[in-house]
Design a binder for this molecule. Structure first.
Ligand SMILES: Cc1ncc(COP(=O)(O)O)c(C=O)c1O
Length: 384
């Protein structure tokens, strides 16, 4: 068995925390540019739900805070508890719907929670109180109340209830990433019409609406704070070129060439014989598959880098392996690194490219990496 040259395990996701810090700083520059004489720059809340979009929540939370984020957001109470248990002191907002048991967990973790009815405010008070952000549904159609009058009632109830702190007022955009879509402006208008008078009545509250795309698309959406996730990981919020937006992809997905063998015309590779050689060539077997999060829908539909060159994935993606056509003579040798996401030499495969092949979004590509792939965090190549 040859010695692997570049990877210590069969497949690894290397995450550059320095890139996350720089992406946070880049978002803060955007917020600074949006400041006016009467409005200071909005604060940056780093969204680290779903294990930091697959990048590792704790390490990414620390990196985002180092890059200038001042608070964190997650979707689930358990995510907040894990961050607290690991020693995170920054404010945490749990954005998701909470069952009674989950509300206990969130409040015990000293996380702020999101309310859109008065019964929920009462439930917070009954558990000893906590910080509450009120959500207006301006068009996303998921959580929050659509009724601004009801939302104001909830906010007033929170402010008037002992132990409960009315900390914020929020909404979420449905089409921020679809530039030119007029619905974004309508949501923005609805939010401002509700939230600005609410802030006049409760000056200490933090108004927030924008995700990454909203932050980059329209400075009028910044308010007091933005909740940015995808951009911090260096993924393009519009599914285009992250580099062109001065965002630096933080995650590389690497494996290695575990076997190289000749394949003659008529011979096949993988389940179902979905690749049958038509000319003499070589296959390279790379030990990563759908059990790691490389989706089976990428069968015969992905390039992988070896020696800085793209090689087509041929045949079916199996649970633990994929095969590449590396030509004749073979342009790959056992032990060489293989890159599925990231750069090698002058070539790069972006999560956005894989998303296009899968007809999905870059978020799902990194969130879809499974637990079997260890996340190795580093700072520009130095051990983190
Ligand atoms: C309510 C809410 N706010 C903010 C975000 C962050 O969005 P993005 O990753 O596009 O910046 C999300 C993520 O889906 C969200 O659900």
């Amino acid at each position: 068995m040859a010695v692997q040259q570049d990877v210590a395990v069969r497949a690894v996701a290397r995450v550059n925390l320095a890139a996350i810090e720089r992406n946070a700083a880049r978002m803060r520059r955007e917020l600074a540019a949006g400041a006016t004489a009467s409005a200071p720059p909005a604060a940056l809340c780093a969204v680290v739900k779903a294990d930091g979009y697959g990048h590792g929540a704790l390490a990414c939370a620390r990196a985002a805070l180092a890059g200038g984020a001042t608070s964190l957001a997650v979707a689930a109470a358990g995510e907040a508890a894990e961050l607290r248990d690991a020693g995170i002191r920054a404010p945490i907002l749990v954005m998701g719907a909470l069952s009674p048991v989950e509300l206990d967990v969130a409040l015990r973790a000293d996380a702020a929670v999101v309310a859109w009815d008065e019964a929920f405010v009462a439930a917070v008070a009954a558990r000893g109180g906590g910080a509450v952000h009120v959500k207006l549904d301006t068009g996303m159609g998921r959580l929050g109340t659509r009724d601004p009058v009801a939302a104001t009632r909830v906010a007033d109830a929170a402010a008037a209830t002992g132990g409960v702190v009315l900390a914020g007022a929020m909404t979420h955009f449905a089409t921020a990433d679809e530039r030119g879509d007029p619905f974004f402006a309508r949501q923005l208008e609805r939010f401002a019409a509700w939230a600005l008078p609410l802030k006049a009545a409760h000056p200490a509250i933090v108004l927030h609406a924008a995700n990454s795309a909203g932050t980059l698309r329209d400075r009028a959406a910044h308010f007091d704070m933005v909740r940015a996730g995808v951009a911090l990981y260096g993924l393009d919020p519009f599914g285009e070129d992250a580099g062109a937006r001065e965002l630096e992809p933080a995650l590389e997905l690497r494996s290695w060439v575990a076997a190289v063998k000749p394949i003659a015309p008529g011979e096949s590779a993988g389940y179902g014989r979905r690749f049958v050689a038509t000319t003499p060539t070589h296959t390279a077997t790379v030990p990563i598959g759908y059990g790691d999060g490389v989706r089976r829908a990428l069968t015969n539909n992905l390039d992988v880098l070896v020696r800085g060159v793209r090689h087509p994935l041929v045949g079916t993606v199996s649970m633990d392996n994929v095969t590449l056509d590396v030509g004749s003579p073979p342009a790959a040798a056992v032990g060489e690194p293989a890159v599925l996401i990231g750069a090698q030499g002058d070539e790069r495969i972006a999560a956005e490219e894989i998303a296009r092949r899968l007809e999905t979004i870059n978020y799902e590509v990194t969130c879809g990496l499974l637990a079997r792939v260890p996340r190795v965090h580093h700072h520009d190549g130095e051990p983190a």
